[in-house]
Ligand binder design. Structure first.
Ligand code: UT7
Length: 345
């Protein structure tokens, strides 16, 4: 090895030794109370309860009332996660709201939340990573905590996809639901526990597969864009399905290999809840027993960036993992983006 390489290696070792291990210190969830069943959607589009359940596993989803905003769900989830972590809003250094449905394009929903919480010391920004947003946010928070720059970071995955759903398109409107899930990322009390590794990827060549065409700089809102229904989500379902399975396989296999673990070592897998068939397909290929896979898509549909933290909270409540358990989280979605995290609870 050259002297430069040796120096680089020593420097990397020195930096990694000075890093603090980050961990999830609290979780909180917010779901609208209004339940919309498949049968109700039969009245809107040419579909059936049987088709939706067979093809997606979804039976019902939560839809926000018209006066509810993304920041409302964020506020409830944030408040619960702070209580869970035994912290107050004043303890927060940073707030990251991961969303594709902010209250308004400007300012960031994270700033609206920061004010409402009274988190006077916290910086705040939004992050658009599609349904992967929460995973990107979790990785970002972990870096700030690991370097010692920040102590407590609030990360929220929150989306009201119902607001950008084309309720005339049976290919998409049956899939989505509203919700928010929040976590607090703080220094781990023990270096052996917490957020151990991340794998983050993007493939922008797949951007056309999952998109909202109008409302940005390329195609600003106009009467024409509204008439053409270009402010709603469009998706190439079959292609996104294939990508989703690939994303889970890559997310899981990369972390297992890099950390010299096998599927047997992992107690719980929390994947983005887009479609039960995606979960089953990936589980089969990875040879993961079904009891280790969290699935609540039946109750909530695809809640975008909120789905991983909502499922994680449910898994904790149902004691699917305990202290010392290894857990793998995977998100995937628009961009295309995908990301996974390995944590030891
Ligand atoms: O969070 C981001 C990630 N998103 C995803 O991961 C979603 C991935 N994609 C999917 O979950 C599935 O592709 C869908 C659930 C969206 C669609 O299921 P599919 O089994 O891939 O159906 P398909 O698109 O291949 O369509 C099969 C048939 C079509 O009819 P023809 O052409 O065979 O006559 C569709 O028009 O099913 C029809 N169809 C429906 N029929 C009844 C599509 N949507 C519906 C519907 N009800 N809601």
């Amino acid at each position: 090895m050259s002297q430069t390489k040796v120096n680089d290696e020593l420097q990397i070792q020195a930096v990694s030794h000075s890093l603090v291990r980050s961990a999830i210190a609290g979780i909180g969830v917010s779901l609208p109370s209004k339940v919309v069943t498949n049968r109700e959607l039969e009245k809107l589009v040419d579909t059936s309860d049987e088709w939706i359940e067979t093809r997606t596993g979804i039976r019902e989803r939560r839809i926000a009332e018209p006066n509810m905003t993304t920041s409302d769900l964020c506020f409830e989830a944030a408040t619960k996660s702070l209580a869970d972590a035994k912290l107050t809003p004043q303890d927060l250094d940073l707030i990251i709201v991961c969303t594709v449905t902010p209250d308004t394009p400007v300012p960031a929903t994270a700033c609206i939340l920061q004010d409402r919480l009274g988190a006077k010391q916290a910086a705040a920004f939004d992050l658009n990573g599609g349904c992967t947003g929460f995973m990107y946010g979790l990785a970002t928070a972990s870096q700030f905590v690991s370097t010692g720059k920040f102590k407590n970071v609030l990360v929220i995955g929150a989306d009201l996809l119902s607001r950008i759903t084309n309720w005339q398109d049976r290919g998409t409107c049956i899939l989505f639901g509203d919700g928010a899930g929040a976590v607090i990322v703080s220094p781990s009390k023990d270096q052996a526990y917490g957020l151990l590794d991340f794998h983050l990827r993007a493939d922008g060549s797949g951007a056309p597969l999952l998109k909202v065409e109008a409302g940005g700089a390329k195609l600003p809102a106009s009467v024409i864009t509204a008439e053409k229904r270009q402010h709603f989500l469009q998706m190439e379902g079959r292609q996104v399905f294939k990508f989703a399975v690939h994303a889970i396989l890559d997310g899981v296999n990369t972390l297992l290999k890099r950390n010299e673990l096998t599927v047997d070592d992992i107690d719980c897998f929390v994947f983005h809840q887009a479609n039960l068939r995606i979960l089953e397909n990936a589980a089969k290929q990875l040879k993961i027993p079904s009891e280790k896979i969290i699935s609540n898509v039946q109750k909530y549909g695809n809640t975008s960036s909120a789905s991983v933290p909502i499922a994680l909270e449910e898994a904790r409540r149902e004691k699917k993992f305990k202290k010392g358990s290894y857990v793998i989280l995977v998100g995937f979605g628009a961009g295309l983006t995908w990301a996974s995290a390995l944590l030891r609870w």
